[in-house]
Write a protein that binds this ligand. Structure first.
Ligand SMILES: NC(=O)c1ccc[n+]([C@@H]2O[C@H](COP(=O)([O-])OP(=O)(O)OC[C@H]3O[C@@H](n4cnc5c(N)ncnc54)[C@H](O)[C@@H]3O)[C@@H](O)[C@H]2O)c1
Length: 245
């Protein structure tokens, strides 16, 4: 489970643990002190923009648990900028964390997922931005569309071994990732920060609210049940009506 230190990732760790799973949380820094005590399972600090970080994440899960039934590729960040000014290093980093990390995690975990007794499962936390674009998010939108392609490919390759792969596609979720982009959105759209939530963030949602991290965790938990077994090679869209238009 990557990106376990915040937002959606933290909610998924808590939910899966509550459902009886043993979960390794992976994030840039392993939590320390009081924070570590609140985490329900082991954790690893690793930079998932590197091959070594993704390899270490899979190796640590196998060391802790001796098997791997599920990979959740969730770690990510956002960068808001017009394309002409888009920082090229930020582009590289976005592609590394949002697209290459899920690929590497799947590659390194593949043999273990094939051996999972109930059929291995791979879940990417993608986004409504895997299905639709927004201005000023070239790197994020490109990477999220790419991860949906990855999931489709994994589903086809994994099917003979009972592996499923899905891309959960939420609209805007109430997390630090959304809070951090408010200033950049205000600048890019030329409006005040106060107007960003109503006029930018909630605009694509037919239902005018944010999604809670626990709602995303509920969907990931459902995908692990036997009832979730038919979902593979597809987006699992939970976008408050965004892509209905
Ligand atoms: N918040 C939303 O509105 C929203 C909507 C759709 C999809 N998503 C996706 O959900 C996922 C989680 O987002 P969130 O909103 O919970 O964000 P968040 O900022 O709350 O958490 C992201 C976590 O990823 C970790 N991370 C970032 N770079 C990393 C790296 N190089 N190595 C290891 N860990 C790294 C961060 O440390 C952080 O703990 C992302 O993939 C995001 O694109 C978010």
């Amino acid at each position: 489970m990557t990106g376990s230190g915040s937002g959606i990732g933290r909610a998924i760790v808590d939910r899966l643990h509550g459902d009886g799973w043993s979960v390794l949380g992976v994030d840039l820094k392993a939590p320390e002190g009081d924070l570590a005590e609140t985490l329900p399972g082991p954790s690893l600090g690793a930079d998932l923009t590197t091959r070594e970080g993704n390899r270490a994440a899979v190796d640590a899960a196998l060391e802790h648990f001796g098997r791997l039934d599920l990979v959740v590729a969730n770690a990510g960040f956002q960068h808001v900028s017009p394309v002409a000014d888009f920082d090229e290093d930020r582009w590289d980093a976005l592609l590394a964390i949002l697209l290459t990390s899920p690929f590497l995690l799947a590659k390194y975990a593949w043999e273990a997922l094939r051996a999972a007794p109930e059929g291995g499962r791979f879940v990417a936390i993608a986004s409504a931005h895997a299905l639709a674009a927004s201005p000023f998010k070239a790197g994020y939108v490109s990477a999220k569309h790419g991860v949906l392609g990855l999931v489709k490919t994994l589903a086809l390759e994994g099917a003979p071994d009972g592996i499923t792969a899905t891309a959960v596609c939420p609209g805007y979720v109430r997390t630090p990732l959304v809070e951090r982009q408010i200033a950049d959105q205000a600048k890019a759209h030329g409006i005040s920060e106060d107007r960003v939530l109503e006029e930018v963030i909630l605009t694509p949602h037919a239902l005018k609210r944010l999604i809670e991290p626990s709602e995303v965790a509920d969907v990931v938990a459902f995908l692990q049940t036997s009832a979730g077994g038919a979902f593979t090679g597809s987006p699992v869209t939970m976008d408050l009506g965004w892509t209905a238009r």
